[in-house]
Design a binder for this molecule. Structure first.
Ligand code: ARG
Length: 269
């Protein structure tokens, strides 16, 4: 190659490289934007899973919005803790997995704190005490759990209601009828497909009050142990859990928790 050609070639290569460089990395503009005027990074919005088939704890209003006691509690907790949350409808079955996999940051769904669940999730301090309650047709003679030994019992799958019925009838009993939601189990009771339903007292009481036409009555059983509802986070998410517990303590201390409780439950309950 003669020297002239060589020079030309390297000039071409050089300008091509410059051009490419210019395209890839636009030269910085003359003035750097001072940090103070830069937009603040958007605050993280924590995704809260809830199964809104559990009035009055979580349900959908006529507008399809997720509302209820748990929603008010967690909204107040978030405000007190200075975090942002949004609620996402999450089927009960799979809700714990969604948390473990990071699809949800928090679960608030009338979740009872149990030792078994504590192995895979972390819970806040308790925010509500509940127990199981039996719903039977008004005419039923059932007066305690034991009376259901030979009956078909409806429960929501993987709930503490299912646990007490499993204890009574055995895990593989054909008389345990498992439903995706508690309202489905209660409809089956109305249809006569099951003889009783066992679920959390707040939900059974709320259903009876709002569906007088169903003609059900509640039956308590002395063996039902008190249960504590907790707000769940992924195992090991101590930072978020600490914020939730701080918020919870704050709303208990300043009376806002009490106001929410009074809004949903009569003082006697
Ligand atoms: N407290 C019961 C449990 O933890 C039932 C909760 C069901 N919650 C719901 N939103 N469906 O097993």
């Amino acid at each position: 190659m003669n020297p002239k050609r060589k020079l030309l070639l390297s000039l071409v290569t050089l300008s091509a490289a410059l051009l490419l460089g210019a395209c890839q990395k636009p030269a910085p503009t003359a003035v750097e934007v001072p940090a103070a005027s830069a937009p603040a990074p958007a605050a993280k919005v924590f995704v809260v899973g809830t199964d809104p088939t559990y009035a009055p704890f979580e349900f959908q209003n006529e507008k399809g919005e997720i509302v209820g006691f748990d929603i008010d509690v967690l909204t107040a907790v978030a405000k007190a803790a200075g975090i942002e949350v949004k609620f996402v409808s999450t089927p009960w079955e799979g809700a714990f997995n969604a948390l473990a996999q990071g699809d949800r940051d928090v679960l608030v769904s009338a979740v009872t704190i149990t030792d078994e669940r504590k192995q895979t999730l972390d819970f806040s301090e308790s925010y509500f005490e509940a127990r199981q309650l039996i719903a039977v047709p008004e005419k039923s003679k059932v007066s305690k759990l034991e009376d259901l030994k030979r009956s078909k019992i409806g429960v929501q799958t993987s709930t503490t209601g299912e646990e007490v019925v499993v204890k009574l009838l055995g895990k593989n009993s054909a008389n345990i009828k498992r439903f995706e939601s508690t309202p489905l189990a209660l409809s089956e009771l109305a249809a006569g497909g099951v003889d009783a339903v066992v679920a959390d007292n707040g939900v059974v009481t709320h259903y009876l009050a709002n569906n007088p036409g169903a003609k059900f009555k509640p039956v308590n059983d002395a063996s039902f142990a008190p249960e504590q509802y907790g707000i769940a986070v992924k195992k090991g998410n101590t930072e978020l859990l600490a914020k939730i517990n701080t918020g919870l303590a704050a709303i208990k201390a300043d009376g806002s928790y009490q106001k929410i409780q009074d809004k949903y439950f009569k003082p006697a309950q």
